[in-house]
Design a protein. Sequence first.
Length: 184
Amino acid sequence: MARTTAHEGPHWGWLAFLGVISIIGGLLALINPFAATLTAAMLAAWIFLIFGLLHIVQTFRAQSRGGAFLWNLLIGLLMVALGLSLIFRPLEGIISLTVVVAIMFIVLGIAKLLYAFGLRPLPGWGWVLLSGIVSLVLGIMILADLPWAAASILGILLAIELLSNGVFMLLVGLSLRNLTRARA
């Protein structure tokens, strides 16, 4: 049996370090959800702007000049406009992004409910049903509390994502450390 070294896979220390940084970021986002919401909106704005510009460049570099060219150019221009709108009017952008998130929760909730009823005779279908109900209720609660929900909901979701990723990376890093030590 061949022996493995610690250099053959991802180094556990970096994963654990990134996990701790992500957890700290998540805790900071929970402490100040409005600042985290603004940060998420600005991040989305710059992503839309950069991807829109790249999309426009790629559209002009492509060989096609027919209907696909016009659609691709329009998509790129809309992404640039959305990015600029979020950069120059972040508070209005936060409300718009919050509405999109609420609608996403509602649509996903309905889809999960339909999926749960399709799984109904199988064990565990109730968990899918519960997940659908939670998503649906969250979406309705966010919409019912607009515009006030916009001040914090994106920041809270960002905090949850950062905490979840941080715990995941930390646990994977520590598991890799234990695996590396066990093989040594």
